[in-house]
Design a protein around this ligand. Structure first.
Ligand code: NDP
Length: 275
């Protein structure tokens, strides 16, 4: 399985940390040459030093930055087979506090970014009459946490974008799918856990929301992306795959009626997979 992407060139946006970093390293381990495009914020510290992961600055909100990034990847590697639109941000604000600028910023990163990345990468995939595009959506594209109106709108938009791309680019041999992560242990939402004075309690309660008894690790999203990037999923296109430990499948019950079930959920907070 180590060489299932050998000879392929993959782009991962927002691959400097979190889920994107795990995706970049997983695709590289499977044999792909990976180009990570990220803001490369120096405050975030070093990211992958894995062989075959090449980092370039990219701001997915800027069309000129996208164009320059894609040109450089083609110049260096001569082809693009896989595009993972992962870069994203979240904003936790009520509709009263949210400004039009907040809305536009979220849309620019989470939805316009994947559209523009695809616009510039697809011609290269069409030349090879093959390609796999994987958009990172969210379970918040079909369910939502309080104060996430704009975020949910961007992620529902990503799901729609995937459908359109799967239909429009299918005749060119290009597949497009969405992976919808549930609660994954990254900087993006670690802040919520750390905000709470009783961290042990919040970790336990978070785990109890998941029938598998714990939250997810970035590597578990990366494994789903690897499958969609590889030929093992060659007849899968236009799909939305949740990777969320069945959190969105369980109908909430009043805590008192759910006690016996929750008592069985005694797993460690995070996964034991390598991440
Ligand atoms: P992180 O905040 O840990 O990482 C986000 C990455 O995106 C960072 O590397 C960041 O760069 C990069 N980025 C942000 N804005 C831009 C931009 N304008 N151009 C290029 N890169 C940018 O997030 P996660 O790893 O948790 O999230 C990754 C994806 O998964 C997102 O799309 C998110 O919405 C989605 N998701 C995450 C969930 C979770 O539980 N963690 C749940 C559901 C979906 P820098 O490091 O320079 O800031």
């Amino acid at each position: 399985m180590a060489n299932r992407l050998s000879g392929k060139v993959a782009i991962v946006t927002g691959g400097n940390r979190g889920i994107g970093l795990a995706i970049a390293e997983t695709l590289a381990t499977a044999g792909a040459q990976v180009a990570v495009g990220d803001l490369l914020d120096p405050k975030v510290g070093p990211s992958s030093d894995a062989e075959k992961v090449f980092r370039l600055r990219l701001d997915v909100t800027q069309e000129s930055s996208i164009r320059a990034f894609v040109d450089e990847v083609i110049d260096r590697f001569g082809r693009i087979d896989i595009l993972v639109n992962n870069a994203g941000m979240v904003m936790h604000k009520s509709i009263d506090d949210q400004t039009a600028e907040d809305w536009d910023r979220l849309m620019a990163v989470n939805l316009r970014g994947p559209f523009l990345m695809t616009k510039y990468v697809a011609p290269e995939m069409k030349r090879g009459n093959a390609g796999s595009i994987i958009n990172i959506g969210s379970v918040e594209g079909h369910m939502v946490n309080p104060w996430h109106t704009a975020y949910a709108a961007t992620k529902a938009g990503v799901h729609g974008l995937t459908l359109g791309l799967a239909v429009d680019l299918g005749p060119d041999g290009i597949r497009c799918n969405t992976v919808c992560p549930g609660w994954i242990d990254t900087d993006l939402n670690r802040a919520y856990v750390e905000m709470h004075p009783d961290r042990g309690l919040i970790e336990r309660e978070l785990g109890e929301l998941h029938p598998v008894g714990r939250i997810g690790a970035p590597k578990e999203i990366a494994n789903a992306v690897l499958w969609l990037a590889s030929d093992e999923s060659s007849f899968v296109s236009g799909e939305r795959i949740s990777v969320d430990g069945a959190r969105t499948k369980k109908i909430p019950l009043p805590a008192i009626l759910d006690e016996e079930y929750r008592a069985k959920l005694t797993r460690p907070h995070t996964a034991s997979v390598d991440s």
